[in-house]
Design a protein around this ligand. Sequence first.
Ligand code: NDP
Ligand SMILES: Nc1nc(O)c(N)c(N[C@@H]2O[C@H](COP(=O)(O)O)[C@@H](O)[C@H]2O)n1
Length: 245
Amino acid sequence: MRSYYKLIATIARQQRLHTPHLEAYMSSPRCAKHTIRPIALHLLCSLFKLICHSLINLQKLHQAAMPRKLMLQMHMSIDGYIAGPNNELIEWIIYNFSQDLNDYLSNIKFNDIILGRKLAEGFIPAWESMPSGTPGKELMVNTPKTVFSTTLQENPWGIGVRLVNGGFEDEVRRMKAQDESKGNVMVYGGVQTVQALVEKGLFSLVEPVALGEGKKLFTTRTSYEVIETKKFECGIAVLHYRKKV
Ligand SMILES: NC(=O)C1=CN([C@@H]2O[C@H](COP(=O)(O)OP(=O)(O)OC[C@H]3O[C@@H](n4cnc5c(N)ncnc54)[C@H](OP(=O)(O)O)[C@@H]3O)[C@@H](O)[C@H]2O)C=CC1
Ligand SMILES: Nc1nc(O)c(N)c(N[C@@H]2O[C@H](COP(=O)(O)O)[C@@H](O)[C@H]2O)n1
């Protein structure tokens, strides 16, 4: 039994646990009698301390390793398209955002933007040239951007834009693994970049579900207007559309 005490005392020393009662008991004459109750009590006491210590360490580890979220914001047609067959976008997107939508968007918090090279070529100069006061301009221009490319050798955009030439998956994983205090990472596109991120499983998409293949509800171009949107506790969002006349 004495060896149990020794073991506990050693672990306690390694864990820097303060166990004066254990040490005092070990050198007392009672200890030599090998009584079971005090032994069990001390064993329990020390185990309890060890568990507490481990929980505290685990909590610290968890806090330090909380990753950043990789977010995706794109316009999607109700039949699931994010671009027309010839890359059409502005032709079908509603761009005159109402104040409530601008307010909603400005409440989405992120500290880095990821762009594919092709989108970046339009996105960066377009937002920079917008008149000051345009909703979203400050955010789009001032948020640091990471552009992925395998062809560009030099960064044509300068300060605030980081060109990453290769190592796509590793770099996104590295950004995600940084502490959440660095803020979330927003992806705006384009198609190839987002498809690569989805393929590598870098978005933690839980719901809604992406099927990847299946049957389409809509097979011809039709315009609808939204009548109502409602999100329910179970995670289902109802989008109520009406065919435009
Ligand atoms: N629905 C929406 O909200 C939006 C839709 N879009 C649509 O997206 C389209 C533009 O996107 P797309 O043409 O696909 O181009 P992207 O913007 O995705 O850029 C593609 C380029 O990014 C680089 N790239 C992408 N994936 C990787 C990777 N895994 N590793 C390294 N580099 C990579 C490559 O650059 P390189 O060639 O230099 O190697 C590639 O050619 C347009 O049709 C537009 O309409 C765009 C934005 C928003
Ligand atoms: N966060 C935010 N605030 C605004 O005021 C906005 N107008 C937007 N727009 C969204 O940003 C993405 C890129 O815009 P472009 O496609 O370059 O116009 C897109 O998802 C817009 O909806 N965002």
